[in-house]
Design a protein around this ligand. Structure first.
Ligand code: PGA
Length: 248
């Protein structure tokens, strides 16, 4: 049986209080499509206000430190994000892997930390263009998955996002056959890593998903939803993706 579709917006370093109306508009569209799970990962500064203004709509974070507390200037713990109202967090996004040098072991620790706080985790994996050109994409992604895979994983709280680095923010999207091949490989690796229950872990596709290509991407086997950056910033752009997931 197909998993319930999950569409998550990643606002990255975008959004001030003046943009909260967009979240309200998106939450209203989501409420009209109750066959799809929808959420927005706002900047941490907006989590509390977004949760307060949209009760019942799933607001997430974009990162979380692996430690419970301590001398980590500028970082946020799972307990802090949870107290602000986040119910899940993106972890190991390729922009953080590149800009903050995050590695798989650290990402594993972050996933375990958010789970310990009672939150969900979306772990991101994906190859660079050089790695794809060298026919290493599947090897790179499955090794990232294995090395960042949290202890005690279950579909109740863990989601994987496959995001080819070269497709993020570029308007380029892999061929459906390449997405299918990668998602099948991720599914198989999840089976190896966790056995029972691996089929229910949702695998999102991310990278230039928009209202024009969402239906095709969401029809690919083992694509259980999308992690959406640029096209999640307004209801006008994000709404059609929610609708495509509802129709998938
Ligand atoms: P994009 O970003 O949709 O703007 O390509 C996706 C992501 O980085 O999560």
């Amino acid at each position: 049986m197909a998993n319930r579709k999950y569409i998550v917006g990643n606002w990255k370093m975008n959004g001030l209080r003046e943009n909260l109306g967009d979240i309200a508009d998106i939450a209203a569209i989501a409420a009209g499509h109750d066959g799809v799970d929808v959420g927005i990962c706002t900047p941490a500064t907006l989590i509390a206000a977004a949760v307060q203004a949209n009760p019942g709509f799933a607001i997430g974070a974009q990162d979380c430190h692996f430690a419970e507390s301590g001398a980590h200037t500028g970082c946020l713990s799972a307990a802090m994000l949870k107290e602000a109202g986040a119910t899940y967090s993106i972890l190991g996004h390729s922009e953080r892997r590149a800009d903050q040098q995050e590695g798989d072991t650290e990402i594993k620790g972050k996933a375990e930390a958010v789970h310990a706080a009672g939150m969900g985790a979306i772990i991101c994996v994906g190859e660079t263009e050089e790695e794809r050109d060298a026919c290493q994409a599947i090897e790179v992604v499955t090794v990232q998955l294995a090395n960042s895979f949290p202890d005690g994983a279950s579909a109740d709280w863990l989601t994987i996002a496959y995001e080819p680095v070269w497709a993020i923010g570029t308007g380029r999207v892999p061929a459906a056959s390449d997405v299918e091949e990668m998602h099948a490989a991720v599914r198989a690796k999840l089976g190896e890593l966790m056995g029972h229950g691996s089929e229910e872990v949702r695998i999102l596709y991310g990278g230039s998903m928009n209202g024009d290509n969402a239906a095709e991407l969401l029809a690919v086997p083992n694509v259980d939803g999308g992690l959406v950056g640029g096209a999640s910033l307004t209801a006008a752009k994000f709404g059609p993706i929610i609708e495509a997931a509802s129709a998938a």
